[in-house]
Design a protein around this ligand. Structure first.
Ligand SMILES: Nc1ncnc2c1ncn2[C@@H]1O[C@H](COP(=O)(O)OP(=O)(O)OP(=O)(O)O)[C@@H](O)[C@H]1O
Ligand SMILES: [Zn+2]
Length: 980
């Protein structure tokens, strides 16, 4: 098709047919256009449309290849496309393409075009009514083949003729009219193939490939033209025209495939390059937003005589040329070489990658101030500025990503130029709004991240333009303006002083800090805060409804909360989830975003709350192996507890395997325990935040959740350090030792026993935590814990059955240490010893005898260091006297003197036994004293010993006060020579 003819067609389509054509997109559009072309041909003999039928057919082929055409009804995007059909813009770009390349216009693409908004009746409805009603309207307005067939509107009849024939019929008719078509037909390609082709093209014979892909050329234009209204950097006045103007050479236009934009943010620099040095309109700085999937072709409206010489000199940009790599680089290289064929090919390739995808952010970008969520102050100020015509020169929109800054800049620009007198601006209906939506508004210029910008040239031209058009605001939107160079800023600041009226610069960036003060101080600054979850959820719900996504409310909430106030992030996540094609539930979202499911959380909580130490640690380890952050897990645990307390957690899972959560509803007592657990977690969270060893703290915190058996976190609070508890056995008489103590160390009676994991539990957990397999078995068979003291300096004594076993264990000290540290949650001092006869006899552990078999545990009761031994004994004494009836068995383990006294007082032991035990205690403590600061250090002088033995010899009935005397003697001694 000749340029003249294509221009003619386009002129027609923009003229009489324009309004009508805008009602159709995709197949209908294309066919309809064809239909019009027929009509046109009949009516206007100068238009050689029919003679170019083959080209039309080629376009149809291209369209047929698109997903939406293969199955129009199955593609939600198609609906969307139809809903949001703004083909005017597309067409305008097509015009451009046609003008420049001699290729002819082709109809549609599955990419939703946000370009035109006001052509169809439905769109009018939208513009006047709420967004919601618009969307529903739009759904009804879907211009699939079917809907067109069944419709009764005028245009349907015009289209009918075209759609009676199937595409293949039409193709057959065309047959081999076109080489392009043939070449297309014989080369069906997958996407991957296309990309290979693309690469190959650059490296090998480009020309040939370009010819081979002629079928795709028009396809590319479709995509290129289907730029959503929301696209940034549409390159008005720039793009190809600028390129021509500046270089006087072949235009350097190109499109960047949308999936390239996903390599953003780094891609920014490339897109910058491509967008500017290629004179390809504005680049996509926001690939990560999914906003701008490709570089835009320049507006047809910016024909040479209208072109603003906005863009940097290509020579200036040479430095950028090799900043990028991969396919982007290939495309850009080609473009930079001014190779028209490559240019077309690049465009084609890019369209291949973009044509079937339009992100939710594009589809659902806000179009009016009313659509802008959560930015009420900004909206109010800007719409008032427009209404009162109090418009400044420089604006800066700053704030976190995805909060609507760029969208707002666009809306503002449109509102500034909107001709509407009645409605709130932008109306979406006036010629200015329409031309913007069509991509033809020359007064609104959007630029991506640029380093350089020819402001000098700009201002001259602006003045020219201003002479031409007085009533419009020439608005420049600089997205990601922080990329601008110092020179650029200087130029802008100079420009500010002499800028003509009705020129507006909107600078968009994430932080004011990145802008020079000289600029910032001249700007009206608008901050865009993060969006509230509730706004995000609301928006997501609407999108889900429109896109027919089946998603649970809980899942939506999670998506919103994970998006950190960025609606774009939320929309992207929703889009990603929608690809799963199933009902989107909370666990699904959790899995997708890398959280663990509530069920697993409750399982873990259940184990922790039911004091299943080993499995808690085991389960925790499994969860952590998934790479979850300890803090994230802790906060998830806290959330799930809160949900359970609030009654909003649904225990749907089989509860039988659970212990703590077995009963439903939970008893008051259980709820109380949960509250306590929440408190513990929130306290531990502080520690977790500052700790380098977060996992250890998390483990310790979890082990603390057990309401009956508690580990105390070392150093977790001053209260705890002042009164440290050893893991003590519970009140089971067989365990031999009972600790009745109060946390606050007061002498008040406290009958509630603090049950703690037994030493055996700890040992097994530690073994569990040992990372060396063989070592685990060895430890299980050969070793055991002789004593543990938990306090400011936790010390553990391990006892082994033989010296060989001991030295073997010592070789693996590091591993064992680590395991202890994980379980006890703090650094541990480890000591190794060999089992002696005495140990066996006194501690009640014989070779091969396991703790659980003996039913006895070796224990040391640790007493707070802050408390003097005397006070301690008195307190214990008092406590003991109040628990006289406590029946205890003979103690074979190591006990505190306090307990000896207590037992003696309680008449459960004979005095003789008390003395024997006191003796034993003396020996043990003497032996242990150097090893642990936190033990009662009861050093006895020879003198005292003599006294003691005399006591024993004199009478078998040792009186309590004698024992106390002994204690005080011990105290004196220990004061004199404090333990290490
Ligand atoms: N306040 C908002 N109201 C409605 N939609 C929004 C809002 N903020 C973001 N969005 C959605 O996110 C998309 C991207 O928003 P936009 O580009 O305007 O954000 P931005 O603040 O400019 O982000 P960035 O700082 O990354 O450039 C929009 O197309 C829209 O779908
Ligand atoms: Zn308007």
């Amino acid at each position: 098709m000749s340029r003249a003819s294509s221009s003619r067609i386009l002129k027609d389509s923009n003229g009489d047919m324009g309004e009508h054509l805008r009602n159709h997109i995709h197949l209908t559009n294309c066919i309809h256009l064809k239909n019009h072309m027929h009509n046109n041909n009949n009516n206007n003999k100068q238009s050689p449309v029919l003679s170019d039928r083959s080209l039309l057919m080629r376009d149809l082929v291209v369209l047929q290849r698109s997903r939406s055409l293969r199955d129009p009804s199955a593609s939600p995007n198609l609906k969307e496309d139809h809903k949001d059909s703004r083909e005017g813009r597309r067409r305008s770009v097509d015009q451009n393409v046609v003008k420049k390349s001699g290729l002819r216009w082709s109809g549609s693409s599955p990419i939703v075009n946000f370009g035109t908004s006001k052509v169809t009746p439905s769109d009018e409805k939208f513009d006047r009514s709420s967004r919601k009603s618009y969307r529903f309207e739009d759904v009804n307005e879907v211009c699939s083949v079917d809907s067109v067939k069944s419709g009764s509107k005028d245009r349907v009849s015009k289209v009918n003729e075209a759609i009676v024939k199937t595409l293949s019929d039409q193709l057959n008719e065309v047959g081999g009219d076109s080489d392009d078509l043939v070449s297309y037909n014989v080369r069906p390609r997958s996407n991957g193939h296309r990309r290979r082709k693309f690469r190959g093209t650059r490296r090998a014979g480009r020309g040939v490939n370009v010819r081979d892909d002629v079928g795709n050329e028009s396809e590319m234009y479709i995509a290129s033209n289907s730029v959503p209204r929301g696209e940034k950097y549409k390159g008005e006045g720039g793009g190809r025209d600028r390129g021509q103007n500046m270089s006087g050479a072949v235009p350097r236009n190109g499109c960047v495939p949308f999936n390239w934009s996903s390599i953003h943010n780094r891609g920014k620099s490339f897109l910058d390059i491509a967008g500017w040095s290629l004179s390809c309109g504005m680049s996509d700085s926001k690939g990560r937003k999914g906003e701008n999937d490709m570089l835009m072709l320049s507006d047809s409206s910016f024909s040479n005589h209208e072109t603003l010489p906005l863009l940097v000199d290509s020579a200036d940009n040479e430095e950028w040329v090799h900043d990028y790599s991969g396919e982007l680089g290939i495309c850009a290289d080609n473009l930079l070489k001014n190779d028209q064929k490559d240019l077309e090919f690049c465009k084609k390739s890019s369209r291949k990658n973009t044509r079937w995808h339009q992100s939710f952010t594009q589809k659902h970008a806000p179009r009016t101030f009313h659509d802008l969520l959560g930015q009420n102050l900004v909206v109010q100020a800007l719409s008032n500025a427009v209404a009162k015509r109090r418009v400044g020169l420089l604006y800066v929109f700053h704030g976190p990503n995805g909060t609507g800054k760029t969208s707002c800049a666009r809306i503002f620009a449109r509102a500034l130029n909107c001709h509407s007198t009645e409605q709130s601006k932008p109306c979406g209906l006036c010629s200015s709004c329409v031309s913007y939506d069509d991509g033809k508004n020359k007064y609104i210029q959007e630029m991506g991240p640029v380093k350089k910008f020819d402001f000098e040239n700009l201002v001259d031209k602006m003045i020219d333009r201003r002479h031409q058009q007085q009533r419009q605001h020439l608005t420049f939107i600089f997205d990601d303006c922080d990329t601008m160079s110092t020179d650029c800023w200087n130029a802008l600041s100079k420009l500010v002083d002499r800028a003509p009226r009705r020129v507006v610069f909107v600078l968009v960036c994430s932080s004011l800090d990145v802008l020079p003060h000289i600029i910032v101080s001249r700007c009206q600054k608008f901050f865009f805060p993060k969006l509230k979850d509730v706004d995000i959820i609301d928006s997501l719900q609407r999108i889900a409804l429109k896109e027919e996504i089946d998603i649970d409310n809980d899942a939506l909430k999670l998506v919103a909360s994970r998006s950190d106030g960025s609606l774009r992030d939320a929309e992207m996540t929703l889009e990603q989830l929608s690809l799963l094609g199933t009902r989107i539930s909370l666990p699904l979202v959790q899995e997708m975003v890398g959280l663990i499911s509530d069920e697993k959380l409750v399982d873990l909580l259940d184990l922790a709350l039911s004091a299943d130490t080993v499995n808690t640690v085991k389960n925790l380890r499994i969860i952590m192996e998934t790479g979850l952050e300890p803090l994230a897990l802790m906060s998830q645990l806290a959330t799930v507890i809160t949900d359970i307390l609030a009654g909003s957690y649904d225990f749907t899972k089989d509860q039988r395997k659970r212990k703590f959560f077995r009963r439903h509803p939970l008893s008051k007592e259980d709820m109380e325990k949960l509250k306590q657990a929440l408190k513990t977690l929130s306290e531990s969270e502080k520690q977790l935040r500052v700790s380098n060893d977060k996992l250890t703290w998390l483990t310790a915190a979890l082990l603390q959740l057990a309401p009956d058996k508690q580990y105390l976190l070392p150093h977790s609070s001053s209260a705890d350090t002042s009164f440290n508890h050893t893991p003590v056995t519970d009140s089971d008489p067989s365990n031999g030792v009972v600790a009745r103590t109060r946390r606050d160390g007061s002498s008040k009676q406290d009958l509630s026993f603090i049950k703690r994991p037994s030493v055996e539990d700890i040992w097994l957990t530690v073994i569990e935590n040992v990372r060396v397999n063989g070592l685990r078995e060895f430890l299980y068979k050969e070793g055991k814990i002789f004593s543990i003291s938990i306090g400011s300096a936790p010390t553990v004594q391990l006892i082994f059955m033989s010296p060989i076993a001991k030295s073997t264990a010592e070789n693996f000290k590091d591993h064992i240490l680590r395991a202890f540290e994980v379980v006890l949650g703090s650094p541990v001092t480890l000591e190794f010893r060999t089992e002696s006869k005495k140990d066996t006899k006194n501690v009640g552990l014989s070779n091969g005898e396991r703790y659980h078999e003996s039913g006895r545990r070796s224990e040391i009761i640790e007493v707070a260091e802050s408390e003097s031994p005397m006070t301690r004994v008195r307190r214990k004494h008092l406590e003991a006297s109040q628990n006289q009836n406590q029946n205890q068995s003979i103690v074979k383990g190591k006990v505190s003197l306090a307990q000896v006294i207590k037992q003696a007082e309680g008449n459960t032991w004979s005095k003789h036994k008390a003395v024997l035990i006191a003796n034993k205690l003396e020996q043990e403590n003497l032996r242990l004293e150097p090893r642990s600061r936190s033990l009662i250090c009861w050093k006895v002088s020879r003198n005292t010993r003599r006294k003691l033995s005399r006591l024993k010899m004199r009478t078998r009935w040792i009186r309590l006060h004698s024992l106390l005397k002994l204690v005080s003697c011990g105290k004196r001694l220990s004061t004199k020579s404090p333990p290490r």
